[in-house]
Design a protein around this ligand. Structure first.
Ligand code: SAH
Length: 420
């Protein structure tokens, strides 16, 4: 989502005057640090980065801090680091061209409505496009700062979404990634009265776009994974067979205290439904360990879900207490060593599962969409189910979806040869 926000800012800036991206700090006239605030570490990194930028930047270059940390720290960022010229919240990125003009501008209103805002076009990768389908979040997970930084959930009208994807397809994208905090909650909150469309219907509309071949989305919420949605996921040939089902914890009592709205059994049932409807699909997840009150039994439940679902991809984190969240004040905060040991155990077991999953890929064939030229005469792309592939080849492969046979496996990626 932050990558897409950055693209939007670049597009807006470019629509005013031509900007070029640079990798050299002392070349830059404008430095934008687009931040996350989901965990504490990136926030502390921000101030050390500002220090480095201040030291090495061109005298006249401006520094802006944008994104979720900007939303929740606001003007305190400028108080602590006066070299920062402007602060722009995650919900306010459409205002980028205004804030660069004002000294010490702070725009962080989380009620700002960017939902019908038609952003100019800029893509990091020509071959695929990211499109927001909603902004904000309507959940109140007790660990999560996002609702406080991105505001209430608002769905973007479906005709705008279709228009944006069509524009991207006309300029070379065959794949779209639909973005939102809870994509499958799409359609619950429209600003315009007359718009009615749920996520399944949106997927059906989007798949009618000529020239669009692949649809991905992130992230869906386990609570809203009804049968209709999963059936559409399984049966629509344009929808890539990779799905993120963020577990957070396998313990029903912990899920309750996290306010996730589902139980361990519901979660397993939904994953079993996915495996039944669509055996070729890969399932990824997010897990937090060391949430306040997590007992050995609760953690055993998380390990149990890992065993049962055998996620192909795992993003796992130690719980990090955040401002504007209920859980920061919960009793029974878990000591760091215990959380660390649990994280190590979880990741070690997942690595074993992943090794088995990847080893079984040898000699398999996948349709791979090539989208990036790499060093050493290699081109990379992803299979329909999200696996990263490298093949020997040149730019002629870019933008093509080709059959590839796996010749070498490793934990993170597969090597293969294109078969005619
Ligand atoms: N809307 C998404 C969450 C986006 S944040 C969802 O509901 O799934 C991405 C991930 O960061 C979350 O899934 C969670 O696993 C992790 N996360 C969020 N807050 C956290 C915290 N306080 N400490 C550790 N991890 C956290």
């Amino acid at each position: 989502m932050n990558v897409r926000d950055s693209e939007h800012m670049i597009a807006e800036l470019n629509s005013k005057e031509p900007y070029e991206l640079t990798k050299k700090l002392d070349d830059a006239d404008l430095i934008i640090i687009n931040t996350c605030s989901v965990r504490e570490k990136p926030v502390s990194k921000l101030f050390s980065e500002i220090g480095v930028f201040k030291k090495h930047k061109k005298e006249s270059a401006k520094i802006g801090v944008t994104g979720c940390t900007a939303s929740h720290l606001g003007k305190d960022i400028i108080k602590r680091a006066p070299s920062v010229d402007f602060v722009l919240g995650a919900r306010n990125i459409s205002k980028i061209t205004q804030v660069i003009e004002q000294k010490h501008a702070v725009e962080i209103d989380i009620d700002n409505d960017d939902s019908t805002y038609d952003f100019s076009e800029y893509r990091t990768n020509t071959f695929k496009s990211m499109v927001n389908i909603s902004i904000g979040c309507d959940k109140s997970c007790t660990f999560c700062i996002v609702p406080a930084t991105r505001g209430d959930e608002v769905s973007i009208p479906s005709d705008l979404i279709v228009r944006e994807i069509t524009k991207a397809v006309n300029t070379g994208a065959k794949e779209v990634m639909l973005l939102g905090q809870n994509v499958n909650n799409y359609g619950k909150y429209f600003k315009a009265e007359d718009e009615q469309c749920n996520f399944t219907e949106l997927l059906q509309k989007i798949s009618k776009i000529d020239g669009l071949e692949r649809i991905r989305f992130t992230s869906p919420h386990p609570l809203h994974m009804g049968d209709k949605f999963l059936e559409e996921f399984a049966s629509n040939p344009k929808i890539c067979k990779q799905i993120h089902v963020p577990l957070q914890s396998g313990s029903t009592s912990l899920l309750k205290s996290m306010r996730r709205g589902y139980t361990k059994e519901w979660f397993i049932n939904r994953c079993e439904k996915i495996r039944t409807l669509c055996p070729e699909a890969t399932i990824s997840t997010d897990i937090i360990v060391g949430f306040p009150g997590e007992t050995e039994e609760d953690f055993a439940d998380t390990m149990d879900v890992l065993e049962k679902v055998r996620f192909e991809q795992l993003f796992s984190f130690k719980y990090s207490p955040r401002p504007h969240t209920a859980a920061q004040n919960f009793e029974n905060q878990i000591p760091n060593e215990i959380a660390g040991a649990r994280l190590t155990k979880l990741q070690a077991r997942h690595t074993e599962i992943l090794d088995e999953v990847m080893d079984a890929q040898m000699d398999k064939e996948h349709m791979v969409y090539f989208d990036e030229l790499k060093a050493d005469g290699k081109v990379s792309g992803r299979s329909d189910d999200g696996k990263l592939f490298y093949v020997q080849g040149s730019e002629e492969l870019l933008g093509k979806i080709l059959n590839v046979k796996v010749t070498k496996v490793s934990r993170g990626a597969l090597n293969g040869t294109v078969s005619e």
